[in-house]
Ligand binder design. Structure first.
Ligand code: B12
Ligand code: SF4
Length: 576
């Protein structure tokens, strides 16, 4: 059979998806023809990437407020696509269908990319059976089957059931009997077959990375460029966080017991060895939900193998699973970066999300990571049910206390199938029939904050995190103002001048900077000052004065400049 996978990923959101690459390997082993239409590298318009943004592997800044801890690399992913032609995505898809002539179009997507996949399929002329799998198909198979372009949805892991389906079609057997399959019968009634028993991860082949554009392997880290991508050595998660699809996915695929499984170290190591030999890859992002959950003995075996292979890796960990021994072992085995979900600074809100750990546990865990020299990135959610603006500042304060330099910040989004979405019966499509997207998150009003407050806090979270508190009143102006980028840019410049280079990583772009005659207030803030409303001028002046007078680093490092600025600032204060 001829199977065309459709991976409808956003432009340059690179990384090889585990699902397709494993299913492709299995299908190819059995002699089926497999091809891929991957939108990650389909350039549909010419995007200019400004110098300011060219500091890491993505398409722009790592944070809406412009905070980036990434070091510049010799070249970026943008350089790798610079000479690609601009094409029409629908035409490119049609060309692929016409040349490959698939029997099956197999869509692998998340909620965020499902509508795009449907749009592409609807635009195409084809005779294939269309199947869909992945998290959206598992959680919302009804929604998938309600789309006229989809024939079958697969619930849960389909490493083997996909093969069964393909072979049944080929042999003219009853393909509708396959486990984990959902479809509409001739009366339009949705039929859901029993799910397949959970996959034994040791039986899986090495993922087929050769199916993908090799630029997916671009991995910048700490100023150097490596080759690598995602690998999961475990599946499932025993936790029950209320904003995550995992608890529901566990229920839908056989219950919580046995949902978490881990691959034998020998199997993982043999796959990583094969990947290194075939593609020269030495850098991995383990996409396990929580990498340090397996026992120490398991990690020790991986460690011995990793050292021989000379790999580096990043992983996500749940703070409850962290011990000093495991962190030190992770460092020894090549871990360079860990992502830790903090989610909320207020312990009550954390509890309501089913994230039960103390600030002390976080502090201890992050200290071990820092001591081991592992870079830490935290994940934070704002706009949790019942949350206030003050609570968000508790999250910022906690990250400051933990000495985190850059946070990932998201507005709470009730993904379909998450306990939060189910409990509040939140619709998953809008009145025009489109799936709600993360961009709509602030409009769900789950918290006690207005959408624009959430928007402002999302943009400025990392700036609050990094700048002295005396400057916070000016950051607050950026929360509400349209020219927030300018405000943040100028505060950053100001901070660098008066404190030192430690703020240089604040990569805030400049949009409209005009050099003005600076007689009174420090040059870097003059633009904000000049353009703002009269009552904001007071805020700026008092904030700067507080900063200059109170910040110890500022006093020590730059006393001459401070004197100059103080003298310069005071007359303005008087003149208001
Ligand atoms: C790696 C990863 C990514 C990677 C790669 C994505 C990918 N497709 O693999 C990248 C960085 C691109 C990514 C991005 C995002 N991600 Co992500 N990601 C993951 C992660 C950690 C691992 C995925 C994985 O490799 N799993 C292992 C493989 C083997 O499993 P699988 O992909 O599910 O595939 C199996 C089945 O689903 C099924 N299957 C899959 N495809 C198909 C296709 C067919 C035809 C069939 C029959 C079956 C089938 O069979 C496969 C084999 O068993 C998951 C969490 C998780 N543990 O799954 C989150 C997860 C998928 N991501 C999530 C989210 C929210 C995001 C982002 C929105 C994050 C953000 N805020 O930016 C973005 C969205 C990107 C976009 N364009 O919109 C959510 C999805 C929620 C939802 N309802 O969609 C998850 C579930 C995390 C979570 N617990 O909340 N992500
Ligand atoms: S620990 Fe992570 S993967 Fe597990 S349920 Fe919570 S958010 Fe989901």
């Amino acid at each position: 059979m001829r199977v065309l996978f459709l991976y409808p990923e956003s432009y340059l959101n690179i990384g090889i998806p585990g699902g397709i690459s494993i299913m492709s390997a299995i299908l190819k082993q059995k002699g089926h023809k497999v091809d891929l239409f991957d939108t990650t590298f389909i350039k549909t318009k010419n995007i200019f990437f400004g110098e300011e943004n060219r500091v890491h592997g993505g398409t722009g800044l790592s944070d809406k407020g412009g905070v980036s801890v990434y070091k510049k690399t010799e070249y970026t992913i943008e350089d790798l696509v610079r000479d690609d032609p601009v094409v029409n995505c629908e035409n490119a898809f049609q060309e692929k269908i016409d040349s490959f002539k698939p029997d099956i179009i197999a869509v692998s997507c998340m909620t965020s990319t499902f509508d795009f996949a449907c749009k592409l399929i609807r635009s195409a002329k084809h005779k294939a059976i269309v199947i869909v799998g992945g998290v959206h198909a598992t959680i919302a198979f009804n929604d998938c089957l309600n789309q006229d372009c989809i024939d079958f949805a697969f619930i849960g892991e389909a490493d083997l059931t996909m093969l069964d389906f393909v072979e049944s079609l080929e042999k003219n057997l009853d393909h509708k009997k396959i486990h984990g399959l959902a479809y509409k019968d001739s009366n339009g009634k949705i039929i859901v077959n029993p799910v397949h028993k959970r996959i034994d991860l040791d039986s899986l082949p090495c993922p087929d990375w050769g199916l993908f554009d090799s630029r997916h392997l671009f991995r910048p880290f700490d100023g150097k460029i490596y080759k690598g991508s995602f690998y999961s050595q475990s599946r499932g998660c025993p936790m029950q966080c209320s904003y995550c699809v995992d608890p529901t996915e566990a229920q839908l695929t056989g219950g919580a017991a046995g949902y978490f499984r881990v691959q034998k170290p020998e199997v993982t190591l043999s796959h990583l060895k094969e990947l290194k030999e075939k593609y020269g890859t030495t850098w991995y992002k383990f996409s396990d939900d929580t990498f340090l959950l397996p026992k120490v003995e398991h990690l020790q075996k991986l460690s011995d193998g990793f050292k021989k292979l000379g790999i580096q890796f990043a992983c996500s960990v749940m703070i409850n699973t962290v011990t000093k021994e495991k962190i030190e072992m992770a460092k020894e085995m090549g871990c360079v970066s860990m992502s830790v979900g903090i989610e909320a600074g207020n312990p009550e809100i954390r509890k309501s999300l089913n994230r039960k750990y103390s600030d002390e546990k976080l502090e201890q865990g992050l200290k071990w990571m820092n001591d081991a020299g592992i870079r830490v990135a935290t994940f934070n959610i704002i706009g949790c049910p019942g949350e206030t603006r003050e609570n968000v500042f508790e999250t910022i304060e906690l990250n400051r206390k933990l000495n985190v330099k850059a946070c990932n910040v998201y507005i709470m989004f009730p993904y379909p199938g998450t306990p939060i979405q189910i409990k509040s019966k939140m619709p998953i499509r809008d009145k025009n029939g489109n799936l709600y997207q993360v961009a709509n998150a602030k409009d769900f009003r789950l918290s006690k904050m207005e959408p624009d407050v959430l928007d402002g806090l999302e943009k400025t979270f990392n700036v609050y995190l990094n700048l002295p508190k005396s400057l916070w009143p000016i950051i607050e102006l950026a929360e509400r103002k349209e020219n927030w980028r300018d405000i943040l840019y100028h505060i950053k410049e100001f901070s660098i001048e008066y404190i030192g280079n430690e703020y240089k990583f604040l990569n805030i772009p400049q949009t409209d900077r005009t050099l003005l005659n600076q007689d009174f207030i420090p040059e870097n803030l003059y633009n904000i000052y000049k353009n703002c409303k009269k009552n904001y001028k007071n805020i700026i002046i008092s904030s700067i004065n507080k900063f200059l007078l109170e910040d110890k680093r500022c006093l020590q490092k730059n006393s001459i400049l401070i004197e100059k600025a103080k003298v310069a600032a005071i007359p303005r204060q008087i003149s208001i």
